[in-house]
Design a protein around this ligand. Structure first.
Ligand code: RIB
Ligand code: CA
Length: 322
């Protein structure tokens, strides 16, 4: 329990599901540097930006760089539920992490499959006590829900980086990568009825790096800060070129900032539909932002954020790392 000001703030019991991935690694360092607010129970990995063996190694690297080898890493699904696998090595590099040396971390994976870990943990958890952050395709949670629907009892909320509405897609004109990589999984999670918070490209594209923001992180002059700056300098090139913008989004880190400071973000309860039909809208998230259909609200859709507040907080937390 953390006491800030007059009120005590309940620690968040958190599982981070991730496909590192450059921005995933920044998000993991951010989260693992925030133990007062986030009790990171485990990292679960999934194929996404690169194949599972590389996302799992990269999650272990992030854990090592954060000095948090107390947190277990469980490897999960190696392919999407139904569609043919796709990757984003063109953006993240063949190793899933360009701009920095990549090597085999000293500590290995935890024994057991991530889906078994999710099922066992969520079944045994106190009701609505565990938050799940999903930073990649939603395959692991979807397969766990399919095998054991009763695990919803243990889930407080699922905070997802994914989707796009106002912004348009980054992999097709309408689809964002995490949803496009496994839309069937996203539908399973959506239809499970768990509390969902979506941080889509609509908000992550409003939180962009700048020379000044990256210089402040570099000025921390630590191994972790150098890794983050080198990773981001490489990672943002693709978006800066593709969108013709002066900085790049750090998509997944926005999920961690939301968990730490939800008041920095705003959005609304919406009806969300996910399109998994083959065709030009495959992987699209259709958001009824103006409630045209008066359909049931099934997600909280985050649409704006305090970008400077995000970088202030990220820099403050990275300053804690060596
Ligand atoms: O579209 C951005 C998302 O896809 C991020 O999670 C990035 O890591 C990739 O997984
Ligand atoms: Ca990711």
């Amino acid at each position: 329990m953390t006491v800030t000001g007059a009120c005590a703030v309940e620690k968040i019991d958190l599982i981070i599901d991730t496909d590192p991935g450059a921005d995933d690694v920044v998000a993991l360092l951010f989260a693992l540097a925030s133990p007062q607010e986030l009790n990171v129970r485990a990292l679960t990995t999934v194929a996404g930006n690169v194949p599972l063996d590389k996302t799992s190694r990269n999650a272990r690297l992030a854990r090592e760089w954060a000095g948090r080898e107390d947190v277990p890493v469980y490897a999960g699904a190696s392919k999407p539920m139904l569609r043919t696998p796709i990757y984003a090595a063109d953006v993240h590099g063949q190793e899933g992490l360009s701009g920095v040396p990549v090597y085999e971390p000293s500590q290995g994976l935890a024994q057991g499959h991530a889906i078994d870990y999710l099922i066992d943990t969520l079944k045994a958890a106190r009701p609505k006590s565990i938050t799940i952050a999903i930073l990649g395709p939603q395959t692991n949670l979807a397969l766990a829900l399919t095998r054991e629907p009763g695990i919803v009892q243990g889930i407080k909320e699922v905070v997802i980086m994914g989707g796009a509405h106002f912004n348009g897609g980054n992999i097709t004109p309408v689809a964002e990568f995490n949803l496009f990589a496994d839309p069937q999984a996203a539908e399973v999670v959506l239809n499970s009825g768990v509390r969902l918070i979506y941080l889509s490209l609509d908000v992550t594209h409003k939180i962009l790096t700048s020379d000044e923001r990256l210089k402040r992180i570099a000025a921390l002059n630590s191994n972790a800060s150098k890794l983050v700056v080198d990773i981001l300098n490489d990672y943002i090139k693709a978006d800066m070129e593709s969108y013709g913008i002066a900085g790049g989004p750090v998509h997944d880190a926005a999920v961690i900032a939301y968990l730490l400071r939800p008041q920095m973000f705003s959005g609304r309860e919406v009806n969300l539909v996910i399109d998994s039909r083959e065709g030009p809208t495959f992987g699209q998230t259709i958001v009824d932002w103006y409630d045209r259909l008066k359909a049931p609200k099934n997600a909280f859709w985050v649409e704006s954020a305090d970008a400077q507040g995000f970088f202030d907080l990220l820099t403050e937390r990275l300053a804690r790392l060596k």
